[in-house]
Ligand binder design. Structure first.
Ligand SMILES: C[S@@+](CC[C@H](N)C(=O)[O-])C[C@H]1O[C@@H](n2cnc3c(N)ncnc32)[C@H](O)[C@@H]1O
Length: 226
């Protein structure tokens, strides 16, 4: 079974491999709800005219959602193949290939940073959060979407679907091992309370979160401390 931790080069190679099926797998795994979660994330933080960074942008759907509500958007990812897909979707977004742990932006370059289902894959969570805080202006806003583990009634269903069916579906798709890494990476990732505390330690304040999709996804919002 996967430990849920991979070296950065292995994460990059994994996303390069699954890029052709990434969007379809998202729709399938979430019954289309992922679009709504991205819309809620950008509506929570983006105002028209904001300079927005979508970090770990992948194939670009969260960046595009931010653009739709009037943001001037830069999408950043280290997987060239994921970015190839993103570039096909919009020429209005600036797509940048770089590591989120060392971004090629000046301090305080953005009003808003979004990150969707990406931070869980980064080797050093707090270093990534500090780097996101660095490129945000003081008072700027962060929205972070991540998969989490539901409590209560949905828990058995989640385990069957996420730890059984998703890896099974992954077996017949290119780069399928990614879909056993996925549940393992969620298991080892901090619960919402702990992620909120990591954000506070990394330069954010006014940290809050809400659960979406019956508790399988968590949307954190925070403000860059002055
Ligand atoms: C699960 S995808 C999420 C894509 C997109 N944000 C979305 O909402 O669908 C995670 C993305 O994070 C990127 N990623 C992971 N670690 C990264 C790092 N250290 N620097 C830049 N991108 C990274 C991967 O290449 C991948 O495209």
């Amino acid at each position: 079974m996967s430990s849920g931790t991979l070296a950065p080069a292995a994460v990059e190679a994994m996303f390069d491999r699954i890029s052709p099926v990434y969007d379809s797998m998202n729709r399938l795994m979430t019954a289309g709800l992922d679009r709504r979660w991205r819309r809620l994330a950008v509506e929570a933080v983006v105002r028209p005219g904001d300079r927005v960074l979508d970090a770990c942008c992948g194939t670009g759907d969260l960046a595009l959602a931010a653009e739709r509500v009037g943001g001037r958007v830069t999408g950043l990812d280290f997987s060239e193949r994921m970015l190839d897909r993103a570039r096909l979707k919009s020429a209005a977004v600036e797509w940048v290939r770089a590591d989120v742990l060392a971004m090629p932006f000046e301090d305080a370059s953005f009003d808003v940073v979004t990150v969707g289902f990406g931070i869980r894959n980064v080797e050093d969570l707090e270093a990534a959060l500090r780097e996101l805080a660095r490129v945000l202006r003081p008072g700027g806003r962060l929205a972070c979407l991540e998969i989490t583990r539901p409590r209560g009634a949905l828990r058995p269903f989640f385990r069957l679907w996420f730890e059984g069916l998703v890896p099974l579906a992954g077996k017949v798709l290119p780069g399928g091992s990614a879909y056993s890494y996925l549940p393992a990476s969620v298991r080892r990732f901090p619960v919402p309370q702990d992620l909120g505390e990591a954000m506070r330690r990394s330069g954010f304040e006014e940290v809050g979160w809400r659960l979406l999709g019956g508790g399988i996804v968590c949307l954190h919002a925070a403000r860059r401390a002055p």
